[in-house]
Ligand binder design. Structure first.
Ligand SMILES: Cc1cc2nc3c(=O)[nH]c(=O)nc-3n(C[C@H](O)[C@H](O)[C@H](O)COP(=O)(O)OP(=O)(O)OC[C@H]3O[C@@H](n4cnc5c(N)ncnc54)[C@H](O)[C@@H]3O)c2cc1C
Length: 419
């Protein structure tokens, strides 16, 4: 590995010598989050011998390190459900698929709760997901109560239940990809910022970095909330907006079963999502607690208002948590696309530039499949695992942004919550 800051080595803060960065690479991946690491590994797995991954700070410095990392296939559209389904296969078969580390995948079961008005939409979405092979079903409120006894169930009629979904450890997932990539020869340059994507006649010819220039014809930009800085000088405006996403952790209160771990839940009624954190905690995020921000100058903590909103939303679904002790919280940066769905594409005006951007706060779970798709595209000319057409960058310019047929009230209101 070629590193400024080592992934696990002795040089915790300093930069490596400028001459240890390669002068040329077959592919340069920009961004040491889960997306960059996933595609770097998949490229190496497909025999691309010369891959360099650049990370301006440390691995997981962006959204990935702060992620709630819910892994569920319930979406209001098939393309994202498909990406999750393929990613679930990777999370479940990590040793065979990735072969290093462990994603800490916890298949504790997942419930999606919607308002009674959204029952028809939920049934339609579950049917779509079943049709592509997702393990999911519609359960009544009474059945949901049996599945999750902590739950208040008098304000909804039906929920979607995925018995084998749950959440993962976002940093362990990232580190697993990185370790597996490094074993296959990927160079990981932490403490190394890409400052410009270089072109000749429109096409990519290299990357300028804080440690020198790397010649390459292929760049994958997975720069999370920082992507605009490299895209803007190329004249690429995808309408991306960096936003904060916030979570709070509460301690399991006395009287709640200390052995059983509760399910992961997305609660559209209280506009929240939550899942167990460690042995005793619950990690919760609430819609509308984040907003546009400068990714290099934002408060990484949470204030009293966020904590109160999280506590109220948690107690509204799990009444036993009304007096739960607050244990901490943090804010991370995600990149919102104009239609709140990711953009995974080769930028038409910049041949050789592939992007995974506009994660919109829900692209941890899909990273394993997106990495495979991009690696297939770069090495074989097309993504085979999942059709990426719906994720194309040109959909905004075409005037056909994403449209979910069976959107719920929360999505219709165009508010998003990272989960
Ligand atoms: C609080 C929170 C909760 C979330 N919950 C969930 C959830 O439950 N489920 C889910 O699926 N998703 C969730 N998400 C979203 C998910 O974490 C992100 O979609 C995902 O981590 C994005 O990964 P990424 O690799 O694209 O970006 P990032 O993790 O942001 O990585 C981008 C990296 O690129 C680096 N970088 C940027 N520019 C440069 C440059 N010029 N040179 C070198 N390096 C650069 C950055 O430092 C950063 O480390 C959540 C996010 C947050 C913040």
């Amino acid at each position: 590995m070629v590193q400024g800051n080592h992934t696990g080595g002795h040089n915790g803060h300093g930069r490596g010598a400028a001459d240890d960065l390669p002068r040329a690479a077959e592919v340069v991946v920009i961004g040491g989050g889960v997306q960059g690491a996933s595609v770097a590994f998949q490229l190496a797995k497909r025999g691309v011998r010369d891959v360099t991954l650049l990370e301006r700070r440390q691995l997981g410095a962006g959204a990935t390190g702060k992620s709630g990392a819910l892994v569920r296939a319930h979406y209001t559209n098939v393309p994202e459900a498909r990406l999750t389904l393929e990613s679930l296969r990777v999370f479940r078969n990590w040793d065979q698929e990735i072969g290093a580390g462990s994603p800490g995948f916890a298949p504790i079961g997942f419930l999606k709760i919607v308002t009674p008005e959204d029952e028809a939409a939920l049934r339609a979405n579950v049917a779509d997901q079943q049709a592509i092979g997702v393990e999911t079903g519609v359960v009544t409120a009474e059945e949901a109560r049996e599945i999750e006894p902590l739950m208040r169930t008098d304000d909804f009629a039906v929920a979607a239940y995925e018995p084998n979904s749950g959440y993962a450890d976002p940093n362990a997932t990232l580190f697993g990809f990185v370790e597996a990539a490094a074993v296959r020869g990927v160079r990981i340059g932490t403490g190394t910022e890409a400052t410009a994507i270089l072109r000749d006649g429109g096409a990519v010819v290299g990357v300028e970095t804080t440690r020198g220039r790397i010649a390459t014809r292929t760049v994958v930009l997975a720069g999370g909330a920082w992507a605009n800085r490299l895209l803007a000088p190329l004249g690429v405006d995808l309408g991306l907006v960096p936003r904060t996403a916030r979570v709070t952790v509460f301690r399991r209160p006395p009287g709640v079963d200390p052995i059983r771990r509760h399910r992961a839940v997305i609660d559209s009624i209280n506009r929240s999502w939550f899942r167990p954190e460690g042995a005793t905690g619950t990690l919760i995020g609430v819609e509308g607690t984040g907003g546009p921000a400068d990714p290099d100058n934002y408060d990484e903590g949470v204030d009293a208002t966020v904590i109160e909103r999280c506590r109220n939303a948690l107690a509204a679904r799990f009444p036993a948590y009304a007096g739960a002790t607050m244990r901490g919280g943090w804010s991370g940066m995600v990149m919102e696309s104009p239609d709140s769905h990711p953009i995974v594409d080769q930028i038409p005006s910049v041949p050789g530039l592939f992007v995974m951007t506009g994660d919109s706060g829900s692209s941890f779970k899909t990273a394993p499949a997106i990495g495979i798709c991009l690696a297939e595209w770069i090495t074989g000319g097309a993504a085979k695992l999942v059709d990426l057409t719906p994720f194309r960058a040109t959909r905004f310019a075409e005037g056909s942004p994403w449209h979910d047929e069976h959107a719920y009230g929360d999505r219709k209101a165009r508010l998003t919550v990272s989960r």
